[in-house]
Design a binder for this molecule. Structure first.
Ligand SMILES: CC(C)(COP(=O)(O)OP(=O)(O)OC[C@H]1O[C@@H](n2cnc3c(N)ncnc32)[C@H](O)[C@@H]1OP(=O)(O)O)[C@@H](O)C(=O)NCCC(=O)NCCS
Length: 147
């Protein structure tokens, strides 16, 4: 089951940040912004034993941004990341987004492969994007037109 996160989910979201991301973790204030902004949303994925993944999204006009997607290490490779991305694209489409954008560390092969399998294409390499050191791929995908 995937549902929108609310401010009551703050402890879960902080825990997910800690467990899913080794190189960075959003702090409470950043997560609060995503929970409270009308231009952003966070979805949580639940399986029988509780939360297993999350995705944070934001809107900039007709362009949507996947800010982060994370799945618990022990639950990776089971399709949860892909399900979250499908939910993200549905929310974007419902919000009038025509094109989705994201950045991914060039060394993050799992995520880059997932995005490319889902139809995201690299438009540029952003030099020293992470911590002034590591490069990122800027990837974009046009969403299909809704009839
Ligand atoms: C990236 C991430 C969200 C993928 O989640 P996941 O639930 O493991 O992914 P899925 O099982 O849905 O797999 C979707 C696709 O991702 C790619 N993928 C996932 N694991 C992979 C691996 N170990 N090696 C290569 N590709 C992989 C594949 O394309 C896969 O499709 P396939 O199963 O048809 O081969 C997860 O690895 C993660 O949380 N990583 C740490 C956080 C992070 O780096 N997030 C992205 C940047 S914000």
């Amino acid at each position: 089951m995937i549902r929108k996160a609310t401010s009551e989910d703050m402890p879960i979201l902080l825990e997910m940040e800690k467990r899913c991301f080794t190189d960075r973790a959003y702090v409470r204030e950043q997560i609060e912004w995503f929970l409270n902004s009308t231009h952003a949303v966070t979805f949580l994925s639940f399986k029988e034993n509780g939360v297993v993944g999350s995705v944070m999204l934001s809107l900039r006009g007709k362009r949507g941004k996947v800010v982060s997607v994370g799945v618990l290490p022990e639950r990776r490779g089971q399709g949860i990341g892909r399900e979250l991305m499908y939910r993200a694209e549905k929310w974007f489409a419902d919000s009038g987004v025509k094109e989705v954008e994201l950045e991914v560390n060039v060394s993050n092969h799992e995520a880059a492969k997932m995005y490319s399998d889902l139809g995201y294409r690299t438009v540029r390499v952003l030099k020293k994007y992470y911590h002034g050191k590591e490069d990122a791929y800027l990837m974009r995908k046009k969403l299909p037109k809704v009839k």
